[in-house]
Design a protein around this ligand. Structure first.
Ligand SMILES: *Cc1c(COP(=O)(O)O)cnc(C)c1O
Length: 219
């Protein structure tokens, strides 16, 4: 599907939900995609991208930024604490803040740099052992901890369990954000971004619907 079609579907979902046009930001998740597909989306004028791996992003984006100008980069993959510094240097937003050790690292980096990326706390709404994210019961406490460290929180992020109806997970995340006074909701991917927008998503992370299927073998 083309970028224009996805943008059209987002605008339509905003309209159906009675939300202002342009209130949802499209993050084009370009992890593992061949460079020519990423260049094509840049050539169409899109400037907001998501990546999952710090090393891959470091290899890819400095050169692309040189050629295409400023690009807003969002880290949407699990972030190891030893990559926090590199991530803060490269990304405008991090969607996967999910533990105290990472919060402390990011707070130190933010203090040293006098600037901090936009931060989303990842919530493991499905309570899946293999997945990152704070468990629902720990969300309020973790948000308070981040705020005590002086971290500017933009919102919450979740990845619902595969094969489940995502709607209850999106609704739960929206409720957690509201009761904590957070405006940002990073939720919705290729298969479910319209559902996420209906339930309040402010950031949708769409990969394969824009770029085509990922071929992990080719990396
Ligand atoms: C890969 C990825 C996406 C994009 O997934 P698609 O199903 O290809 O749209 C979104 N969010 C996260 C966290 C991802 O890892």
């Amino acid at each position: 599907m083309s970028l224009a079609e996805i943008v059209g579907r987002i605008r339509e979902a905003e309209r159906v939900a009675g939300r202002p046009e342009g209130s949802v930001k499209l993050i084009a998740v370009s992890k593992v995609q061949p460079l020519d597909r990423v260049e094509a989306v840049l050539a169409e004028g899109h400037r907001v991208f998501g990546e999952n791996y710090v090393q891959e992003a470091q290899a890819k984006w400095p050169g692309l930024r040189e050629r295409f100008g400023p690009v807003e980069l969002h880290m949407v993959g699990p972030l190891q604490s030893n990559k926090a510094r590199a991530a803060v240097e490269l990304f405008e937003a991090i969607h996967t803040l999910d533990r105290s050790s990472l919060a402390e690292k990011l707070a130190r980096q933010a203090e040293a740099r006098g600037a901090c990326p936009e931060l989303f706390v990842q919530v493991n709404t499905g309570e899946e052992p293999q997945k990152g994210g704070v468990l629902p019961a720990g969300v309020d406490g973790f948000i308070a901890e981040c705020r005590a460290l002086g971290l500017p929180l933009a919102g919450l992020m979740c990845i619902p369990p595969e094969g489940e109806d995502p709607a209850p997970h999106f609704a739960e995340l929206a409720g957690m954000a509201e009761r904590n006074g957070l405006a940002g909701l990073s939720m919705g991917m290729s298969a479910d971004f319209e559902t996420a927008i209906a339930l309040g998503a402010t950031h949708v992370r769409v990969g394969s619907a824009i770029f085509g299927a990922r071929n992990y073998g080719a990396r």
